[in-house]
Design a protein around this ligand. Structure first.
Ligand code: MG
Length: 645
């Protein structure tokens, strides 16, 4: 055997048979052993002494200083109490898979990687992201306790053994809930996640006793299989493709020793350069129209750049790439509230402020001249808010009506964009209003993603048009989601926005918002077209017990801090409470007051509602009148008259 291995390259050279040089099926064949520093590895391997070659290779990696992974601190890394707990629980095979499923499940003494206690796809997929492994690495580095390392190595090898990469064709899955294990364990998004975070694990555990030469070979072979799997199974579009490209690039930058590393980097760079032009609208918003994936996309583009920079691969992203990333950041910061919360539109969920601040500080290092990033990153200590207030991102349909940037501000963010995808809900025209630290109309959120029919039913409840602050026909979901902006201007001190959506066959919904003197809001909704049926205007309020006077079209919040809001609707024939829920984070939901103000629509006739949304200390006492007369909306608020055109 030894002789054959020695002779094969020699014979190949002599006989000119390129195929023979590839008879080396060991992990060493995946490495470019001509690289400086690997001479001794090459010598031992050529001599057929792979155990010695592995030991030398391990020493090489332990001493390697030429490659960096930004964000990984191996000397006494910080660990949160949650991470420490996940690391400790993992020693007993209680694995932190998903924050929506707590406490963590027990996966068996003999780990069952197919255990699926709740048929939510995320729970099955995300098991294969092993989110507890990086915390174990940190715990190991902080304590020097070899048990974490031994357990990680054991789990790593156990996973390889029980989750082989067999034939993989995602287009043939059909029903996910009855799919073979390989489709969960080797779904390209999960594979890409492992590519990124196994770099962290590699760095943390590298000095451990359990991380020996033999383990290193298994690790490298598995890691290489991951990267190659990605190159053959890229998602067609969307954030999955971005994640895969960024993480393949990471693999190529972190392990330049692989013969395929340059190809991985080039492929990642090429996809990101192509997709940033495709997936980001000219106004800076990522085309899934989901604040969560918009932020994720920024960080993908950003991390790719950082990783390449940190390892000396410069000039591979054109200046235009950076300009686009800064434009995306601009959208994100404009579509955020002063208290660092973001609208719960689409599949967004509450973002941790600490996590956001971390991103902002990273962004600041690349865009030090950007005063708004600086202001946000330093929580107001440096930098400053922009000179403008309201902002329209017209291509993607995000409209921000704002009277300030500080905690006393009033901010409406309205969503009315083009058709989007899976993460985007049929919610055109909906909005949130944030006023002095309270979100009076938090979007219903998403609650869960996909899974079996029970899980999908939960998801679908939160996706309904009627659980958004917009207009429906017979309570149905919108047939069409493709809004156009008809007007965006400021007259006097009043911001005015008109958007129109071809909501149903035979019904267009035109919504005009006046941010009157940038103090309160008046909304006119017009449902026009041939369709007939019950038209409803929906308002879903913040958790709490408002004062209802539905016969008069009024609902007033009554928070004890005096930060309140009145909703008064004119033009409805009836009003009634509705089922209302809001989900700020995955798998968690709170009941909340919700209402439908309705009117019967005859074929060809218009239905028109006027709503006044008035922030006030004691809104129940406010006296409001509103009507459309002689070409204008005429509103009276506590005796003061406004004419809105
Ligand atoms: Mg929603």
């Amino acid at each position: 055997m030894k002789t054959a291995k020695l002779l094969a390259p020699l014979l190949a050279l002599l006989l000119g048979l390129p195929g023979m040089a590839q008879t080396d099926s060991t992990v060493f064949a995946l490495l470019d052993l001509t690289r400086p520093g690997l001479e001794e590895v090459a010598r031992y391997h050529a001599a057929g002494n792979d155990p010695a070659a592995a030991d030398v290779l391990l020493a090489y990696f332990r001493n390697r200083t030429s490659v960096r992974c930004p964000g990984v601190e191996t000397d006494a890394p910080e660990i949160t109490p949650d991470e420490q707990r996940w690391a400790d629980e993992a020693l007993e095979h209680r694995f932190f898979v998903h924050s929506g499923y707590q406490p963590s499940y027990f996966y068996g003494n003999d780990i069952d990687w197919q255990y699926w206690p709740v048929r939510d796809n995320e729970l099955r997929w995300q098991l294969h992201r092993m989110k507890w492994w990086v915390p174990m690495g940190k715990a190991y580095r902080r304590s020097g306790d070899e048990r974490y390392a031994a357990e990680w190595c054991a789990e790593y090898l156990d996973w390889i053994r029980k989750n082989p990469l067999t034939e993989y064709d995602e287009s043939r899955i059909g029903d996910w809930t009855s799919a073979d294990n390989v489709y969960f364990a080797w779904r390209p998004l999960e594979v890409s996640d492992r590519l990124e975070f196994q770099i962290h694990q590699f760095l943390y555990f590298l000095p451990a006793r359990a991380f020996d030469g033999e383990f290193l070979l298994q690790f490298l072979e598995n890691y290489h299989r991951h990267a190659e799997h990605i190159t053959r199974h890229f998602s067609a579009s969307g954030n999955h493709l971005l994640f895969q490209a960024q993480r393949l690039l990471f693999a190529g930058a972190f392990f330049p020793e692989f013969r395929d590393a340059a190809h991985w980097r080039a492929t990642g760079v090429e996809i990101l350069n192509r997709e940033i032009r495709k997936q980001v609208y000219d106004d800076g918003m990522q085309y899934e129209l989901d604040p969560h994936y918009h932020l994720e996309s920024i960080n993908i583009f950003f991390k790719a750049l950082q990783m390449m920079d940190a390892n000396g691969y410069r000039g591979e992203f054109p200046a235009e790439y950076l300009t686009t990333v800064e434009r995306m950041i601009d959208v994100h910061l404009n579509c955020s509230y002063p208290d660092y919360t973001t609208p719960l539109f689409s599949d967004n969920r509450q973002q941790e402020k600490a996590h956001l601040l971390e991103s902002y500080r990273e962004w600041l290092t690349v865009f030090p001249e950007n005063a708004l990033i600086r202001e946000r990153a330093t929580q107001g200590d440096e930098g400053c808010a922009p000179g403008y207030l309201s902002r329209a991102f017209r291509t993607s349909g995000f409209y921000v009506l704002r009277n300030g940037w500080d905690n006393d501000a009033t901010v409406m963010i309205l969503k009315a964009g083009p058709q989007a995808f899976w993460h985007c809900q049929p919610d055109n025209g909906t909005f949130e209003i944030w006023h002095r630290g309270r979100n009076f109309f938090p979007d219903s959120g998403s609650y869960v993603y996909g899974g079996d029919s029970a899980v999908l039913a939960q998801r679908n409840w939160f996706r309904q048009t009627r659980v958004h602050n917009t207009l429906t026909l017979d309570g149905r979901n919108l047939d069409a989601t493709d809004s156009k902006c008809l007007r965006w201007e400021t007259v006097g001190g009043t911001d005015i926005l008109t958007v129109e959506n071809p909501s149903y066959e035979g019904l267009a919904h035109r919504r005009t918002v006046w941010f009157v003197d940038r103090r309160f809001f008046v909304i006119e909704d017009v449902a026009a077209g041939e369709a007939a049926g019950r038209v409803a205007l929906h308002y879903n309020l913040a958790e709490g017990q408002p004062e209802e006077e539905l016969a008069a079209g009024r609902v007033a919040t009554r928070f004890e801090d005096g930060n309140n809001l009145l909703v008064q609707v004119f033009g409805a024939e009836a009003a009634e409470p509705q089922e209302g829920w809001v989900s700020h984070v995955y798998r968690s939901r709170n009941p909340r007051p919700a209402y439908a103000f309705t009117a019967e629509k005859q074929p060809g006739r218009e239905v028109r509602f006027i709503t006044v949304l008035l922030p006030a200390e004691r809104p129940a006492e406010a006296k409001i009148k509103a009507e459309r007369r002689r070409g204008a909306i005429r509103v009276t608020v506590d005796g003061r008259k406004y004419v809105l055109k």
